[in-house]
Design a protein around this ligand. Sequence first.
Ligand code: ADP
Ligand code: MG
Length: 247
Amino acid sequence: MYHLTGVTKCYRDGGDVVRALDGIGLYVEDGGTLVLQGPSGGGKSTLLRILAGLERPTRGSVELDGTDLATVTESRLARIRAESIGLLGPGPDAGLAPGLTARQNVAGALVPLRLHPADRWELAGDALDEVGLPGHKDFLPGELDDQARRRTALARALVKRPTALLADRPTAGLSAAARDEFTGLLARLWSERRLTCVIATDDDALARRAPRRVTLARGTLTAGGSADPQGVRGAGPAPWCASRGAR
Ligand code: ADP
Ligand code: MG
C-alpha cells in the first residue's frame, strides 16, 4: 500500500528550479493497480523513481506499507528496494545487462537477499517459466526479441516476490501484437500476485486494463477517465521550493 502526502520534487536546472512534482497526494491500496497518464514532462517518471525509492522527494511523505521512503536511512531504503519493489524501467533494452544471460539477469535481482546461489538459480528459472520463456534461459538479451527482453525484465522485477510493481511505459515501442501479449501477461501477474502496481503509460489498451487511471500534468494529479476519485487526495497549495532546498 502506498500513501503519499504533499510530495513535491524540485530539480535545479542551471539557475532555475524545475518543480517536477507539486504537492502530490495519492493512495494505492494493497493489490491495487493505478495507471498514470499525461503529457511528456508531466512528472510520471519522477513519481515512479520516488515510489521506487531511487530518489527522495524534496518535501512530503511516501509511505510504502507504513514506512516513509522519504526519511528512512539509506541502508533500510536499499533493503526495501531489494525485497519489496519490482521495477520495470523504460526502453527497449529494459535495463538488462547485455553480457549476462536471461537467467543470470534474473538471478542477479536475488543477490541482495542473501539466498544460496543454487536457490537463486532455481528461482530465476521458475520466474522465466512464469513469464513464458522456458526455452530462452541461456539467451543473451541481444539474442532475444523485444517482447522477450521485456518478459525477462518482468521476471527480474518479480523474482523477489515484491509487494509493489512499478513500470515506466512498459509497452512503448512494441508492435501491436507484442503489446497485446505483454499487456495480457502483465495484467495476469498483477492480479494473481495482488501486486500494488503503478504504471506510467500512454498506451490506451494497457490503461484500460487498470481499474484506476489518473492524469499527471505539470506535477499535479487530476482524476481522469473512469478513475475512482477516492484516493486522489486534494493536492493543497503548492509548496514553495527554494532552490537551496532542492536536491
Ligand atoms: P514524464 O515522465 O511525465 O515525461 P518527467 O518526470 O521525466 O516527466 O519530468 C518532469 C519534469 O521534471 C520535466 O520538466 C523534466 O525536464 C524535469 N526533470 C526530470 N528529471 C530531472 C532532472 N534529473 N534534472 C532536472 N530536471 C528534471
Ligand atoms: Mg517519463
